[in-house]
Design a protein around this ligand. Structure first.
Ligand SMILES: O=P(O)(O)OC[C@@H](O)[C@@H](O)c1c[nH]c2ccccc12
Length: 275
């Protein structure tokens, strides 16, 4: 997926050079505090993890999730139901998403901070995220070296945005042989939160135990000690799953499929939050 992005970015660059995108990014309304919104929700709800609700039409592992997909309607439903933040899939090839969905959700007056869910390999995509109204971006540790992460987190901060850095379930990484959570501890994590993907991206298998295992590991404990916000991602279906993420040490959860599959997404959010 990340490899295909390079091809796509070349096509974007041919029609919109970085200089033009940077101007658009500059004109965009200031970015909102994504991490702050999650922490505030968790505090207001007695420590229950803050919710990032994902606007997701389809995925490679699960196919089409939402046939009559209306991103604006879903986003408005999530906000009405009480989500703290939204995640918007922008990858078109594998997730049938789009940057235009970010812009449309912003234009419709949704005020929740927005995460641009994209396979980011270049700063160009971060400028594009800002130009389209995103407040935070996803960076996937498995496909980025630490120097790349340093560079991309800096670029994100320079635009006033924040990062969600995702680590995988298994110990090793394709980039290094050091477990990813351990590798993250060497970075300047100002303006960053971490995410633990419960889905193994090679086998697509999901287990909530992954969050618990990583958080209980030595680097996981260091992350907690430093007070970094961690989101449990993927495979969260019920309020009990949210509680399990909380017990694992997650201050936030990222949920897509189980919400988007339901007709009344506002009610789905309330149920997930235990209301
Ligand atoms: O639909 P789920 O199982 O609730 O998962 C949401 C989110 O975690 C998942 O979409 C995701 C996590 N990391 C990603 C990286 C790229 C694309 C998608 C993802």
């Amino acid at each position: 997926m990340a490899r295909y992005k390079a091809v796509e970015i070349e096509q974007w660059r041919a029609s919109t050079p970085l200089s033009k995108l940077a101007e658009q990014a500059k004109r965009a309304k200031p970015a909102r505090d994504f991490i702050g919104a999650l922490k505030a929700q968790s505090e207001a709800r007695g420590g229950c993890p803050g919710l990032i609700a994902e606007v997701k039409k389809a995925s490679p592992s699960r196919g089409l999730l939402c046939p009559d997909f209306d991103p604006v309607k879903i986003a408005q439903g999530y906000e009405a139901g009480g989500a703290a933040c939204l995640s918007v899939l922008t990858d078109a090839k594998f997730f049938q998403g789009g940057f235009e969905n970010l812009a449309a959700i912003r234009r419709a007056g949704v005020t929740c901070p927005l995460l641009c869910k994209e396979f980011i390999v270049e700063a160009y995509q971060i400028f594009k995220a800002r130009a389209y109204g995103a407040d935070a971006v996803l960076l996937i540790a498995a496909v980025l070296s630490n120097p790349d992460l340093e560079y991309l987190t800096k670029a994100t901060r320079s635009l006033g945005m924040q990062c969600l850095i995702e680590v995988r379930v298994d110990a090793g990484s394709q980039v290094h042989d050091v477990p990813e959570m351990q590798r993250m501890l060497d970075l300047d994590l100002t303006g960053c939160m971490l995410g633990i993907n419960n889905r193994d991206l090679r086998t697509f298998k999901v287990s909530l135990q992954n969050s618990a295992d990583i958080m209980a590991s030595v680097p996981g404990q260091e992350v907690q000690r430093r007070g970094l916000l961690v989101a449990g991602e993927s495979g969260i279906f019920t309020h009990e799953d949210v509680q399990e993420a909380r017990r694992a040490g997650c201050g936030a959860v990222l949920v897509g499929e189980s919400l988007v599959r339901q007709g009344d997404v506002a009610q789905a959010v309330r149920t997930l939050l235990g209301e």
